[in-house]
Design a binder for this molecule. Structure first.
Ligand SMILES: NC(=O)c1ccc[n+]([C@@H]2O[C@H](COP(=O)([O-])OP(=O)(O)OC[C@H]3O[C@@H](n4cnc5c(N)ncnc54)[C@H](OP(=O)(O)O)[C@@H]3O)[C@@H](O)[C@H]2O)c1
Length: 130
């Protein structure tokens, strides 16, 4: 689990561990956290949509590559969750969920059986249009 030191990633790791799974967690060097945060502020919001478009494309690529091995690969929409990522967004954004609530869809997708959907994008309610 990347980004497992806080926010949604931490809740996903905790949720998978609570199911009895062994979870490999990854987190960046603490010393680099402040530096990285400063960098993302400088980049502004313009980099966010392309990064998610790239992630969607990767999801489809990996789903195709791993389909024959029975490994489903999907993207998750956690909804607007209260984390460090959203704490400075201001009142224009409605943050309605906890990180644990956002993690639930990721945990569900991560524990799909081999014949589950693959190459899709899901939230709590089901499939989301790309
Ligand atoms: N919160 C929401 O409402 C929401 C909604 C939709 C999608 N998402 C997505 O969910 C994911 C997690 O968000 P969050 O709200 O849980 O944010 P968060 O609490 O700020 O956590 C982000 C995590 O990602 C790590 N990270 C950030 N940049 C990284 C990099 N360049 N390399 C490696 N690790 C990096 C952070 O590590 P450090 O502690 O070292 O910075 C931290 O562990 C993000 O991809 C976000 O776009 C969030």
């Amino acid at each position: 689990m990347t980004g497992a030191n806080k926010g949604i990633g931490r809740e996903v790791a905790a949720g998978l561990a609570a199911l009895g799974l062994t979870v490999l967690v990854g987190a960046r060097d603490r010393c680099r956290a402040g530096e990285a945060a400063a960098g993302s502020v400088a980049a502004g919001g313009d980099a966010y949509p392309p990064s998610k478009a790239a992630l969607n494309a990767l999801t489809v690529q990996y789903a195709k590559a791993l389909r024959a091995d029975g490994i489903p690969v999907n993207a998750a929409a956690p909804g607007a969750c209260a984390t460090d990522f959203t704490k400075d967004l201001g009142s224009a954004y409605s943050i309605t969920r906890t990180a644990a609530q956002g993690a639930a869809v990721v945990i569900r997708l991560a524990t799909l059986e081999g014949d589950g959907p693959t190459g899709g994008f899901f939230d709590d309610e089901g499939p989301v249009r790309w």
